[in-house]
Design a protein around this ligand. Sequence first.
Ligand code: 6PG
Length: 246
Amino acid sequence: MTERIIQRFETSSGLLCAAADSIIKFVGDAIKLRGRATICLSGGSTPKAVYELLSDERSIDWATVHFFWGDERTVSPTDPESNFLMASEALLRKLALPERNIHRIEAERPPAAAAERYENELRTFFGLGETEIPRFDVTLLGLGEDGHTASLFPGTTILDETRRLVADVYVEKLKTHRISMTYPIFNNSRVIMFLVSGSGKATVLHDVLEGKPGCYPAQFIEPADGTLYWLIDQQAASCLSEASTV
Ligand code: 6PG
């Protein structure tokens, strides 16, 4: 059974600070226990603001932290659309990390090849056999207004994927391919944090958290042996009942 913790913040800056503090704590705990931390990054505007806050953090030995991406747009790493570029500019460049700590999706390659290559990279880094699944210390996710998360969009084939850890997916509404991790890998994380901010998310957030289960991709994020946090600001939470927040 997934442990789900919903945290509501008066302001979006409160949410951002709490997210950065939690990430620092979980990363610090992982380093203490296992000598390194693995973090799976998300695209999106709220994560970007959190990355900017993290970039000033000096209490972490960042050289022991490895960065991965939950999804990527099919563009080059220098394209303004690239999730890698966003995280790189907001955070990674400021941390002076060894190259080997940055595990980007090579989305400039054909999508199927890029997905396969990333899956291989994950298997090699985590030292996994064919049926084993990586376990990230922290996975960050956003929520789209249509209920997507990472590049798990409603009605797409990747939602049914149970074998591959990373897959390419054609997203009809965007008329483009994306590359995304799949449910098995997300749901094997120790900690998953959804970061949701702004009034544009209020309706979908209500439907995802309090509506009928099984209707939106984000509802299938349920870590089997981990904790699921929803960090939301007041504007995004405006349609939720008081009871569902702590
Ligand atoms: C992406 C993301 C995507 C995002 C949501 C929410 O690459 O776009 O991984 O899933 O997190 O669309 O984005 P915002 O926080 O910008 O609303």
